[in-house]
Design a protein around this ligand. Structure first.
Ligand code: S3P
Length: 432
């Protein structure tokens, strides 16, 4: 019997700061005229890459008494960086900052690690080149990328055909230095933190939804107001503990101060449909975002569900950990249309399938749909986990040990620092 198999999860838990919001507050704080002060910023490798790149582009960012203090420059004020901008593993940093640079009259060279260098960039550059920015990429799609920002960015209408907050936000950030009105049609299912934050900063932005679409209108008539901002807890990090507590008999946890934005909590809906006992309390609005406390009180066995393609963007980062829940849920769970999962930090669809198989779970892929035939049996485990240094794959298959007879073998877990440096410590504190 493994050590983990004996335990349940108990106690209070505060997840680390939200990664998506941490990136955005650093980038947008850098565009506000005046001083912003940020607390509870996620200090993960991805976010620290955003901080480092924004400094190289001229932002004055300092850490003082645990807070990040930013002295912003108005849109259009970016400096030409002295050296290549290294984004490490971070897709969000590079997609968003590419948009920002594209409407500044500067030249920059952008690079990243092996994983980021194999991820598509054309999805943003195809939109941004319409304003007059020039991009040079390997095979027109991959890093390294040279950008010659536009000296006279023109206001345009955009239609984004991939449901992606990164693409939408990239275009929105390019609009900050575009004179005139910019209109964007995209999918309502993508996370809307950029819109909410710009509104909080008093920017001239409006958005409305007519499902499945969201329509955004922006115009740079007003400066961005600096903020005193506290970053809410990351639901994508909390998801590991919430799934673990939903699986382990007798578990009872309280997740405090978690971001409860409707575009981020698809996984909670899925878990509830599977029969997890999850209650939401103390909902409140802070900085135009909903925050809540989440109570998980494990009571019954999980059952299978079908998650439709249009629900995937609202739980895109949680599919790896939900696949572990599905393995222990009675019946066939289907996650439909996971195409976007193939272009994340790794090909997550392939790695989830391979590793589930390795630990003895019955599953298959059909097109881009993932089928998992779950049951209440403890899985064999002992799989050699292939993670390609993808943080969410490592954390998911570590949690999977809870339902395995033998622990999975995960060599080099250091990549968890990408999004959640305190993952092992937080998990061990909850294990009783
Ligand atoms: C993010 C958007 C998502 C998500 C990523 C963070 C963001 O990517 O997977 O981890 O902060 O905008 P896509 O919008 O490209 O799906």
């Amino acid at each position: 019997m493994t050590l983990l198999k004996k335990n349940k999860l108990k106690g209070n838990y505060t997840p680390p700061g939200d990664k998506s919001i941490s990136h955005r507050i650093i980038i947008l704080g850098s565009q506000a005229v005046g001083q912003s002060s940020i607390s509870n910023l996620l200090e993960s490798e991805d976010v620290l890459n955003t901080v480092s790149v924004m400094k190289q582009l001229g932002s004055n960012i300092k850490k003082k008494s645990g807070k990040y203090i930013i002295f912003g420059l108005p849109p259009g004020g970016l400096f030409t960086p002295k050296k290549k901008l290294d984004f490490g593993n971070s897709g969000t940093s590079i997609r968003l900052i590419t948009g920002l640079i594209s409407s500044n009259n500067i030249k920059a060279v952008l690079v990243g690690d092996k994983s980021l260098s194999s991820r598509p960039m054309k999805r943003v550059t195809e939109h941004l080149k319409r304003i007059g920015a020039i991009f040079i990429l390997k095979k027109d799609n991959f890093l390294p990328m040279t950008i010659n920002g536009s000296s006279n960015p023109v206001p345009l209408d955009y239609e984004i055909l991939i449901p992606s907050a990164q693409i939408k936000s990239s275009v929105m950030l390019s609009a900050l230095n575009t004179l005139g009105r910019v209109k964007i049609k995209e999918f309502a299912s993508t996370r809307d933190h950029t819109e909410r934050m710009l509104k909080t900063m008093d920017y001239d932005i409006s958005f409305k939804e007519k499902k499945p679409h969201r329509f955004i209108t922006m115009s740079n008539k007003r400066d961005l107001k600096p903020l005193k901002y506290k970053v809410a807890g990351d639901p994508s990090s909390a998801a590991f503990m919430i799934v673990a507590a939903s699986l382990k008999v007798g578990s009872k946890i309280k997740v405090k101060d978690m971001l409860y934005n409707p575009t981020r909590i698809g996984f909670l809906k899925t878990l509830k449909r599977m029969g997890a006992n999850i209650e939401i309390k103390n909902k409140r609005i802070v900085h135009n975002e909903i925050i809540a406390d989440v109570y998980v009180n494990q009571k019954k066995e999980l059952k299978s569900v079908t998650v439709k393609g249009n629900e995937i963007p609202m739980q895109i980062n949680e599919i790896p950990i939900l696949s572990i829940a599905a393995s222990f849920a009675v019946g066939e769970t289907i996650f439909q249309d996971l195409k976007e999962l193939t272009v994340k930090e790794s090909n997550r669809l392939e790695l989830i399938y391979k590793n589930l198989k390795g630990m003895g779970v019955d599953c298959f892929i059909k097109g881009y749909d993932l089928h998992i035939i779950g049951n209440r049996e403890i899985k064999a485990g002992g799989a050699n986990i292939t993670h390609n240094f993808d943080h969410r794959i490592v954390m998911s298959f570590y949690i999977a040990n809870l339902i395995c007879a033998k622990n999975n073998i995960i060599i080099d877990k250091s990549c968890v620092k990408t999004s959640y440096p305190g993952f092992f410590k937080d998990f061990n504190t909850l294990l009783k």
